[in-house]
Design a protein around this ligand. Structure first.
Ligand code: 6PG
Length: 241
């Protein structure tokens, strides 16, 4: 398991941004396009800000920006993952608007999932979407994307995108499903802060109970899994982890 520890959020953000740029350039050289799924929540903010400062000269016309999950709110809502990405990265980039693929949180959950899957099928007509990079976060409860413990989305093996009711939050979410996430060439988990230490150790070293700890479901079937963690999040890992 590739677990990379960083002393500070800034050093982790730089490493994640440099990974994004490296994989983007490789994908563009090999296939002429870079498909990346951004993570939601707050951790990616620092990575986005780093990229807005240091990756502005990437050939963004060949980047297709997708999202791993979204809250069922309008795109200008403070909880919107799309708004967070707009505010911290997208508005700073010279990227064609049609290269950005937000999940439509303003639609009904079912409609949003159907529309997004249709959008993905347009880009990946032959088979399961194979993202060049998927950024993922980790919740204190072991969720990732919007695959929350004991929710229906964990059981989905056919659809690529689903509306997932999360009773523990009393909300609906839109999320890519585990089969799609596991099809990625690279999955990079971004985990910071001492509040994630317990969950991180459980995911990496605990018994396999994906219904309790859904992040344990994510292991690329033919790809690379890397964990970028800061020292606070890593404090419960043994030194050899
Ligand atoms: C979301 C995310 C979610 C997030 C984790 C960690 O929409 O909230 O996709 O899976 O990555 O909850 O969130 P933080 O980075 O805010 O700790």
């Amino acid at each position: 398991m590739d677990i990379q520890r960083y002393p500070t959020l800034d050093s982790l953000a730089a490493a994640a941004g440099e990974l994004f740029v490296e994989l983007a350039n490789d994908a563009m050289t090999e296939r002429g396009v870079f498909h990346v799924a951004l993570s939601g929540g707050s951790t990616p903010r620092a990575i986005h800000l780093w990229m807005a400062q240091h990756a502005y000269d990437l050939n963004w016309s060949k980047v297709q920006l997708w999202f791993g999950d979204e809250r069922c709110v309008p795109p200008d809502h403070e909880d919107s993952n799309y708004k967070m990405a707009r505010d911290t990265l997208l508005d700073a980039l010279d990227i064609p608007p049609h290269n950005i693929h937000p999940m439509r949180g303003e639609f009904t959950p079912t409609q949003a999932a159907e529309v997004y899957e249709s959008d993905l099928r347009g880009a990946f007509p032959d088979d399961l979407p194979r993202f060049d990079l998927v950024f993922l976060g980790l919740g204190e409860d072991g969720h990732t994307a919007s695959l929350f413990p004991h929710t229906d989305a964990l059981l989905e093996n056919e659809r690529w995108v689903v509306a997932n009711h999360v009773p523990q939050l009393g909300v609906w979410r839109i999320t890519l499903t585990a089969p799609v996430l596991n099809q990625a060439r690279v999955v990079a988990f971004l985990v910071t802060g001492e509040k994630k230490a317990e969950a991180l150790n459980t995911v990496l070293n605990g018994e396999y109970h994906p219904d309790d700890t859904p992040a344990q479901m994510i292991h690329p079937t033919a790809g690379r899994e890397v964990w970028l963690v800061d020292e606070q999040a890593a404090q419960k890992l043994s030194d050899e982890s």
